[in-house]
Design a protein around this ligand. Sequence first.
Ligand code: IVH
Length: 671
Amino acid sequence: MNTDEAKQRIDQLSSLLHNYNYHYYVLNESLISDQEFDFQLRELQDLEEKFPQFKSENSPTQRVGGDLTDKFVKVKHEHPMLSLSNTYSLEEIQDWEDRLRKSTLDELEYVMELKYDGVAISILYERGNLLRAVTRGDGDVGEDVTKNVRTISSIPLQLRGENIPDRFEIRGEIFFPLEAFHALNEQRASDGQELYANPRNTASGTLKNQDSKLVASRGLDCFLYGVYADENRFGAHFEALSAARSWGFKAPPEELRYVAKAKSVSEIMDFIEYWDEARRSLPFEIDGIVIKVNNYEQQEALGMTAKSPRWAIAYKFKAEQVFTLLEEISYQVGRTGAITPVANLKPVQLAGTTVKRASLHNADQIEKLDIRVGDTVFVEKGGEIIPKVVGVKMELRPQDSKPHVYISECPECNTPLIRHEGEAQHYCPNDTGCPPQITGRIQHFISRKAMNIDGLGAETVEQLWKANLIENSASLYHLKFEELIQLERMAEKSVNNLLKGVAASKAQGFEKVLFALGIRYVGETVAKKLAKHFKNIDALMKANMEELIAVDEIGDRIAASVLEYFENPVNMEIVASLRASGLQFEMEESDVPQLSTLEGASFVVSGVFTKYSRNEIKAMIEQHGGKNVGSISKKTDYVLAGDNMGPAKLKKAEELEIPIISEDDFIAMIS
Ligand code: IVH
């Protein structure tokens, strides 16, 4: 393919893929199969690697994320990002509308929108291309999060349609759809990681993550709520939103009543009343309704107060709260031994569901709020999955009430609890003898990202444990048909499936086995790093503190936990038994011979290369015994710079006096 043909094909594929994305993420309809989409995307990726001069920053390939961001650059907003005046009172909405009506003789029209509960974003487009995306920050200065925003599929990288201003800013709210949020938390639960508290904070944390690949994997979404174009081409906000929709933005749909016009306060009240109930079935969270004067001239005439425009107001829904009796405080023990206190409540209706239990978080929280059994407590359901106790109705406290005494022993195995310095949670240290920790660990062991044992679920693990058929994860490999078939609800087919699943899991690689062991703080990524570095379990078991922390990204906390795990004879027995059953405790030799030309040298690879793709270069570094690291630090040995390397990286490398080498220098080094 010659250069002209390549350019043509890149343009063609880009426009096809942009169009598929738009239909899929904005209009909710698929034009082609996933497989065909991936196929075309791969073709585009390959062409862009071969002809990097034609790769655009807004190419559909940028949706998957890429380089790490060292630091988010501060950017001043062209128009300050104001906030809205808020009220929880319908009367104040009425007063606001009255005031506006008295201030003008003209007829007023309003636009009512949902108040999405996420993070505000300002996105700049020039000649139909996404140029920059900046967070709200303090309203005057925000942070450049363009790379991360490019990965959000419903935000167009290139606009479509007509009458697009040459340069304009569009604002909206980035949020975590509930389904994606719950899926993320389920994954974290199965990995033994702490759960995220609510979708809003998680959206905000994700947007500021340095790894745009991680951002891409999270499934954030965005609704647009304001267009700022210098040319005064729209007379009113509603028109601007409709125009934005025609350019490919995800503006709120009218047919679902996410946005509507009103001419009177009673229509506003109707809209509020409707959403106060209907918000419960939305696939994302809102915390109120925003009412805006539609006409731009009228907006301008009304002007601003110090912080917010007079032409808009937000009605906020009260967090749904009820009070009920706290009957008992019980304690749950997780697979890592973490203790969670739980409030057992007199059942009560809250936000459409019956609530019987609520989280009390930890001992400090109980003490801070002075929560006691017998109290009437306030229970709130916000963005969190589990409702929480937020306060006590003191005037209803029984006279004989006594402060709650937190347990000092494990409710499951009576072992004295410990609390690590700086941590709020108590732990049961009896990790090899405490029943919920054992079954929890076995459940982790069989989970999809670990040994991926088909035919065996969490409930069956409980059942097997209760029937004394398993003692730990190693026992799974000794299960026999004859004993399983005698269990309740176990037919021949399910027994065979279970045994087949167990046998098949022996093919899982060393890094999966290491992750499956459930060593505290050894998640999927850490397990991969350890497996790759030590190559087999013997080397890992022999490693001391220094050797462990010498591994890229392994700190004191992880190293100490690994040492502690292998010091425990019960764990050593499990490992020995798993090994005897034939699990993989060694990295498979890769087909590529390992060389030592770059032994131990660390590289930061940045920019676009001409002879090899960035991934090929990274693989070559590893193949020659070198290490790839994400960001430049004092420890970096070389910065391997291609075209278009970021100026911030360049500056940092120069400041730290790290040699910057070219693709050719690198090829010379390894040949
Ligand atoms: S309009 C000057 N519309 O609420 C008015 N804001 O305090 C600019 N928000 O930080 C905002 N949904 O991020 C507007 N439909 C909506 C909104 C909305 C959520 C957020 C916004 C802003 C905050 C206002």
